[in-house]
Design a protein around this ligand. Structure first.
Ligand SMILES: C[S@@+](CC[C@H](N)C(=O)[O-])C[C@H]1O[C@@H](n2cnc3c(N)ncnc32)[C@H](O)[C@@H]1O
Length: 428
């Protein structure tokens, strides 16, 4: 029973922090105590991530057995113990006795959930017998997508695409490398595929540092879709480029690797430290500025400005399954008004004739298409410069207006990509 108990205890704690306090998975992990042995740490992560991906299904299965759930203030960690153990039983192929015994032990160790030990035991024993059959009757895609997200994606993308997005969310995202040198043959790296001259998809197992070329700074980690916005300026070799909202620096590196003279600005000094570290490893250079975009004024405007605005990040749920459960419709409104202010401030930093690229990793039109439509209504001195098929290689990644609109279900046969929106605007 004790085997893996520490991992399960950690998983239950982290799930509780996400579900009750709406902490992000990474934040919750940082507060979950000392790291365990790598194997246990990996097991705990697998439980948490799969529980989040399959949350709707797991909740429905438990509700099937216990229609009236015990009040959370009396039940302690009962719900998390049930979610995690059901996930082990039905989605992680853990032997029933191991999952059930460990859940009983965890319940016994907790002053509140110990009173629900009988219930936990009964539910898990029943699901270990009937669960596999019950799953076949579930609409997994619908159940695992929160109602508010399902409704908005249905309205904006239609049912087939919404289902395809939900399907993509069931699988972990692959690991993509952005290459510093497009001509790097990468023959020493075990690649699944070369997605573009600058992008390689690799097997996502083991330590990142062990992938050849890490110490030499030949690549950095960045989803393929995230690498695209900074590649839409055309030739920026030796040009001055302003990278707004730059940290942790994926796009800063993308710009510097194309030969630009980059000024990277971000509000967060701590996150800018990561930009510095990343650039140092890659042997790339940028001027780094800690400031709020809304207060900062450049000494002269820039011919190229990239604004990678903070957003709800609903395009990255494959990587961050916690987002589907901790975000709410109110977050869209909050992000939308901040993006609006940042766009107006960024526009002032663009030189006449210059280019502004606006990007977000959100699937929501309020943060993407509608944000830009609003901006163009306010600012008659800016016009859309549509992105062409030749620039992204696949017309499915473009909207009718010529904006970049990638979805998690795009290139599903290759492992998908994050959902990114980007618009390219020219100042008169
Ligand atoms: C989506 S992330 C940027 C990711 C980054 N461009 C990359 O490719 O690695 C958004 C960033 O916006 C920054 N930010 C949020 N509000 C800001 C503001 N008012 N001024 C400057 N930076 C801000 C945050 O600190 C955060 O690092």
């Amino acid at each position: 029973v004790s085997e893996g108990l520490g991992a399960r205890r950690k998983a239950v704690f982290v799930l509780g922090q996400i579900l009750r306090k709406r902490l992000t998975l990474e934040h919750a992990w940082d507060h979950s105590g000392a790291p365990l042995e790598p194997r246990d740490e990996g097991f705990a992560r697998a439980i948490v991530q799969e529980s989040l991906r399959r949350f709707g299904q797991l909740e429905a299965l438990i509700r099937h057995c216990v229609p009236k759930s015990p009040p959370p203030h009396k039940a302690g960690a009962t719900l998390e113990i049930l979610i995690a153990a059901t996930c082990e039983l039905l989605f992680l192929n853990v032997a029933p006795h191991a999952a059930v015994d460990a859940a009983n032990q965890l319940a016994r160790d907790d002053a509140k959930s110990m009173h629900f030990k009988g219930l936990i035991n009964a539910v898990l024993r029943r699901l270990s017998r009937e669960g596999a059959e019950l799953i076949t009757q579930q609409d997994a895609l619908r159940l695992n997508t929160p109602d508010w997200l399902w409704e908005r994606w249905l309205a904006h993308y239609g049912e087939a695409t919404t289902r395809a997005i939900a399907e993509a969310h069931l699988h972990p995202a692959p690991l993509d490398l952005s290459l510093k040198d497009n001509n790097d043959p990468c023959t020493d790296i075990e690649a699944l595929q070369r997605l573009a001259p600058h992008a390689l998809r690799v097997e996502a197992s083991g330590r990142i540092e062990a992938i050849p070329g890490f110490a030499q700074g030949r690549w950095w980690i960045q989803d393929f879709a995230a690498s695209l916005p900074a590649r839409l300026f055309g030739d920026i070799s030796d040009a001055r480029v302003l990278d707004l909202c730059a940290a942790p620096g994926g796009k800063t590196a993308e710009l510097a690797a194309q030969g630009a003279r980059v000024t990277a600005l971000d509000l967060s000094p701590a996150r800018l430290e990561r930009v510095r570290e990343n650039l140092a490893r890659l042997n790339l250079d940028a001027e780094i500025i800690a400031a709020d975009i809304r207060d900062w004024k450049p000494s002269e405007p820039f011919p190229f400005v990239l604004l990678d605005a903070p957003c709800t990040a609903t395009g990255t749920i494959r990587r961050h399954p916690d987002l589907a459960l901790i975000k709410s419709p109110a977050d869209i409104g909050i992000c939308q008004s901040l993006q609006n202010e940042l766009l107006d401030a960024a526009a002032e930093m663009v030189a006449p004739g210059g280019t502004l690229i606006y990007a977000v990793c959100s699937l929501e039109p309020e943060e993407g298409l509608w944000q830009i439509d609003d901006f163009l209504r306010r600012r008659s001195d800016f016009q859309r410069a549509p992105i062409t098929r030749a620039e992204v290689g696949d017309p499915r990644l473009l909207s009718e207006d010529g904006d970049l609109r990638t979805l998690p279900c795009h290139w599903a046969d290759k492992g998908g990509m994050d959902g990114f929106y980007a618009a390219r605007l020219k100042r008169a």
